[in-house]
Design a protein around this ligand. Structure first.
Ligand code: PGA
Length: 249
């Protein structure tokens, strides 16, 4: 059974002052049972300062890593650098990276494998566009993204997370229905157990896309939803912790 993970994706938001939110998250976590993992993925500039103030119950992650360990790649950041700064997770293949930087499945897979090689847990994102959903292609699109993006040749005990994020639900306020989420998460679980056997039952499958305090409990009650990847509602500790509360209640 996969352990629940409530993960915040701050995207390109947050200056040093935002560390106050992290202190508030630390404090709030003490009031909840340790039944779900909690993670914030800030911009790269905040990984180290956030890791320095994060308490035992809060993990820190990156939002992208380059497939290579080092070299002539101006502006990029490697998995080893992210780990060295104190992160334990990294998001790879977010739809915004796929759209803004032309990242293909093969790139995302190389990033996920670089993450594992640096002892980071990759959170591999997938999800269909509105056009693909309307054309009835959702399951095929997600399957093909997973086939192309998930790490290969896993060492024993290697661990990763999958995030299903329908593109049309990200940052739009429009959330997928529980039926839509159920269908896709079920299929992702079937794919994972088919590809990885028993280990596939332990892989957390997160939902992402306009998750907020008001809809978290309902979404988290869907079978095979093992947490959330939360953008906008993760920026304020109160909202983020309300979602965490729904996960542990
Ligand atoms: P959102 O973003 O919660 O603001 O919709 C989710 C994500 O992109 O990870």
């Amino acid at each position: 059974m996969a352990r629940t993970l409530i993960a915040g994706n701050w995207k390109m938001n947050g200056l040093m002052a935002a560390l106050d939110e992290v202190r508030a998250v630390n404090q709030a976590l003490e009031g909840y049972p340790d039944k779900a993992d909690c993670l914030i993925c800030p911009p790269a500039t905040l990984i180290k300062p956030m890791a320095d103030v994060a308490g035992d119950r809060l993990a820190v992650g990156g939002q992208y890593c380059h497939p290579k360990a080092s070299g002539a790649h101006t502006g990029d950041i490697s998995a080893g650098m992210i780990a060295d700064a104190g992160a334990s997770y990294v998001i790879v293949g977010h739809s915004e990276r796929r759209a803004d930087h032309g990242e293909r499945d093969v790139d995302v897979q190389a990033q996920a494998m670089a993450a594992l090689a640096s002892d980071l847990t990759p959170i591999v994102c997938c999800g269909e566009s509105l056009e693909q959903r309307k054309a009835g292609q959702t399951i095929d699109v997600v399957r093909s993204q997973l086939e192309g993006s998930l790490p290969q040749g896993l060492a024993d005990g290697a661990f990763f997370v999958v995030a299903y994020e329908p593109i049309w639900a990200i940052g739009t306020g429009e959330v997928a229905s529980t039926e839509q989420i159920d269908e896709v998460h079920n299929d992702i679980r079937a794919f994972l157990t088919g590809a990885y056997g028993d280990a596939g039952t332990n892989t957390p499958i997160l939902y992402g896309g306009s998750m907020k305090p008001g809809n978290a409990a309902e979404i988290l009650s869907v079978p095979h939803v093992n947490g959330g990847l939360i953008g906008g509602a993760s920026l304020k500790a109160a909202d983020f912790m309300a979602i965490y509360a729904a996960a542990v209640s």
